[in-house]
Design a protein around this ligand. Sequence first.
Ligand code: EPU
Length: 433
Amino acid sequence: MFKKPNENFVIEGSAGARNLTGELKVGGAKNAALKVLASSLLFTDPIKLTNVPRIDDIKIMIDLLNDLGQNADFNDKTVRLGGKKITKTSLNEDLSHKLRASIVLTGPLLGRTGGVSFPHPGGCVIGQRPIDIFLNGFQAMGAKIHYDQNKYHLSAPNGLKGARIFFPQQSVTGTETLLMAAVLASGTTVLDNAALEPEVVSLGQFLINAGAKIHGLGTPTITVSGLGGPLAKKDHDYQTIPDRIEAGSYLILGALAGKDILISHCEPRHLTAVTETLKQMGLKMNIDHSSIRVNNEQPEFRAINLKTHEYPGFPTDLQAPMAVLLTQAYGQSFIFETIFENRLSYLDTLNRQGADTMLLDAHRALINGPRPLKGESLDSPDLRAGLAYIIAALVASGRSIVHNIHYIDRGYEKVEKKLQAVGANIKRVSCQG
Ligand code: EPU
């Protein structure tokens, strides 16, 4: 089982100098691979995933699946798993507490076996993150639910039935979980106000290639004609799509600290909201079909109003890195975080670094810029704010130490190695105690 050493990043900042040069290669999308791994439970044959990022969230998901008897083999960037008898229907409690995405296992598991038990999922503390959408959806499909000893117990001994499900709020994992449950249900399921994220479309497309009957991916209404039994077609591989959040993070870093940065192996089509926002701020980029070059001639960025939004709007997962860029823009910027209610708390730390930000309420903040940042001791509160701290430390003057980097390792593969290769002064160091 996967265990984590205690480590920090030590970063020497460039004091605002834009000197990073070279290529930043984007890996496979965490939030796509996690769901396709979970979908292995829908199959009677093994499946193979390529371009899978070697990050901690993926390792935890693999541990969860192995605990259910899925026999996963993760070699380089390829995972082979499934095709085995599912040996239990209860999700491992410790692992589920570590990973919000553990919830997506409930859909295929309930659909395939007629039962699932699980604790409330863990993951980054960026808001309340309830699971009502999942429970209501399963109930509409005929599952009985009871809560006992800190666990939800769901059962549908005669199988799930197709239903019409309206999401009161668009939910990425909610859509994916109920989509997977619906594939094996009997009858037709309609998911209304479904999420449009590329990761949802990619999962759905993989299932279609394997024989599932799904219409309307990438639109708010997805219709699934249930097969009434498992997927069995052999030899279907899944190539993980590029991680748009990793690409966007490097793009923002390139804007702040790049002399000539090429972000390669990405999917710029999935980043339109980000590139359009950066253009509005004054950034010049060369956008190709699979790469973006940031060639920093422009010294001044303009302040903007930034509103996060479900895809294709500006992703909440890039809101914190973007805030660092806004500390260096001329004028007053406004951030409106519309998806999560606890995703601006990192701003206090940026203020300690010298930023001038003001929290208006749980969802809104002002940022005055530009302000020089200085080296600090930074405690990552979650994955994306942790990455934002790395970016802030890289452009600050002096030394910073980023703690709690286990959050960052959840979602960014070899981040320090990639950044060192473009000239960043960042080291991973072990810390005792
Ligand atoms: N919501 C409910 N009830 C539910 C489920 C969600 O009210 O039952 C609310 C949430 O509280 C939130 C909104 O719906 O206000 C949207 O949340 P969503 O369910 O879409 O988030 P998620 O599926 O838990 C995924 C990503 C997140 C990303 C969000 C939004 C995965 C594993 N996680 O989370 O990624 O921020 O969508 O795009 O796909 C990350 O990678 O760092 C990360 C947090």
